[in-house]
Design a protein around this ligand. Structure first.
Ligand code: SF4
Ligand code: SF4
Length: 161
């Protein structure tokens, strides 16, 4: 059965997506597209423009985005693709679509450690070489309290939001 997205949500997202003229600059800058042949931010825009919402909501693309915002910074049309992707994730979860297991694995890591990835010796070394500040400890217990107080946990477990 098709997922029912409200007309208001569709209109708000389409107003931004319609600005896309398919230049592909976002593809060139996207770090995920560089390492994953299956990720096409421009294709996502096309699916939105033609109104193929089922493909958008049930596809993996919206969950692969790393939210680095490069696509939004380089876009000559100011489409704001990274924000559109967040909006679509919110719509998807509100309709009961579960993130894929690979994404939920990242969410579990946030719940357990407060970070999406472990801080390793090589990453500390690279930060040092790049003259970046040392990472501060995270308030993991506060993050766990947020997880417990929201529907984040339901999403991790793959249940409906
Ligand atoms: S850079 Fe902007 S206009 Fe160009 S394809 Fe990407 S979203 Fe569309
Ligand atoms: S925000 Fe997502 S889609 Fe945009 S460049 Fe980064 S990873 Fe790619």
């Amino acid at each position: 059965m098709p997922l029912e997205v409200s007309s208001e949500a569709k209109e708000a997202i389409n107003a931004k997506a319609q600005l896309c003229f398919g230049c592909g600059v976002c593809m060139g800058g996207c770090p995920v597209a560089r390492v994953n042949d299956g990720f096409h931010p421009r294709r996502l825009m096309r699916e939105l423009i033609i109104g193929d919402w089922d493909a958008v909501l049930e596809g993996e693309a919206i969950w692969l985005c790393a939210q680095c915002h490069i696509c939004s910074e380089v876009c000559p049309q100011g489409v704001g693709m990274s924000d559109i992707i967040v909006d679509i994730r919110n719509i998807a979860t509100s309709l009961g679509v579960s993130p894929p297991e690979s994404y939920r694995e990242n969410m579990r890591m946030v719940e357990e450690t407060g970070r999406i990835a472990l801080i390793t010796s090589p990453s500390i070394l690279v930060r040092h070489r790049l003259s970046l500040d040392a990472l501060e400890p995270v308030a993991a217990e506060e993050i766990r309290a947020l997880v417990r107080g929201t529907k984040f946990k339901d999403l991790i477990d793959g249940g409906e939001a």
